[in-house]
Unconditional design. Structure first.
Length: 322
């Protein structure tokens, strides 16, 4: 009898733990669905918490398979139904990225790459960019003496080149009106040039091409430190608003995803070249797409990432129709 009572007690304990597990599934599912659909309503103070949420927004979808496993193991219909909430919300937000790309006619191929200041293989990186077949190559974190390596290796296929500080642009087509774009935050008092603008004279007409590298962000005790990046994004947005040419291509490392509200001054004015997730950082195990190609009066056709180089970013490529 004693053994029977022990068995019953163990079973009762398991039933209690099972009930506790299942009790969490509906509220967690509802919370994830609300965050996915209402992330813009999450306040950005204190600590830019809204931007931090948006930086990892697609990964909230992991709650779906976790909840599904729990529901199936516990054989709970209620939990299974609850998991549908975040599944539907994620589909609304990101399901379109899983659809096939346009695959239609395109006029230009653009490659964007933060080559990495600490890149131990600039020669291999430069050759990979040269072999990409792109018409325009935007590069960030150009640092001496590696800069001369990129200039030498790209010269044959890309005779037209412009540079401003640590950003550069190589083109198969003539470049004109090359000038820096001031993206420096007010509290930065050192040499800091990370913006470039040029006119590319393509077979389909003139296109304004911008290359930008916005400040880095960090997660620290005071929160998500995106203030400088947001300030640079506002300066870039103002430059884009003042751009007289109707057709614009912008490429760069924005240290933020397209969902991040801090980039709204830019993303509200341009159409992202985005036909999939194409996570670009970190190269060893990409978890976020922070390298972007965007357009105005130019139609993105397809985007993808290229093979890893010596950088901690993956190159991102896009085909566009001018």
């Amino acid at each position: 009898m004693r053994a029977v009572r022990v068995v019953r007690a163990v079973r009762a304990s398991r039933s209690v733990r099972r009930a506790r597990w299942l009790r969490h599934v509906p509220p967690v599912s509802a919370a994830v669905a609300l965050l996915l659909l209402g992330h813009r309503l999450v306040p950005n103070r204190p600590g830019h918490v809204g931007s931090l949420l948006e930086a990892v927004l697609p990964w909230l979808g992991l709650a779906v398979p976790v909840g599904l496993v729990v529901a199936l193991l516990r054989r709970s219909r209620r939990a299974l139904v609850a998991v549908l909430l975040p599944a539907l919300a994620w589909s609304v937000e990101f399901g379109g990225l899983l659809l096939p790309a346009d695959g239609g006619r395109y006029d230009l191929t653009v490659v964007q790459h933060n080559v990495g200041a600490g890149n131990a293989d600039p020669l291999g990186t430069a050759r990979a960019l040269a072999a990409s077949g792109a018409d325009l190559i935007a590069v960030e974190e150009l640092m001496d003496p590696a800069t001369s390596v990129y200039e030498r290796e790209l010269a044959a296929g890309y005779p037209y080149h412009g540079r401003s500080g640590t950003v550069g642009l190589w083109s198969r087509y003539p470049l004109a009106d090359i000038r820096p774009v001031d993206l420096k935050p007010a509290d930065v008092h050192v040499y800091w040039k990370r913006g470039l603008r040029a006119t590319a004279r393509t077979p389909r007409g003139e296109v304004a091409v911008y290359v930008a590298h916005l400040p880095s962000v960090r997660v620290r005790e005071q929160g998500f430190t995106s203030g400088r990046r947001d300030e640079s994004a506002s300066l870039l947005g103002a430059a884009l608003a003042a751009e007289p040419l109707p057709r614009v291509i912008l490429a760069g490392d924005f240290n933020g995803t397209l969902d991040d509200r801090g980039l709204t001054p830019v993303t509200s004015r341009l159409t992202p070249a985005r036909s999939g997730f194409d996570f670009s950082w970190p190269a060893a195990f990409p978890v976020a797409r922070i390298d972007q190609i965007m357009c105005r009066s130019v139609t993105p056709v397809r985007t993808w990432t290229l093979t890893a180089t010596g950088s901690d970013h993956l190159p991102v490529a896009a085909r566009v129709r001018v």
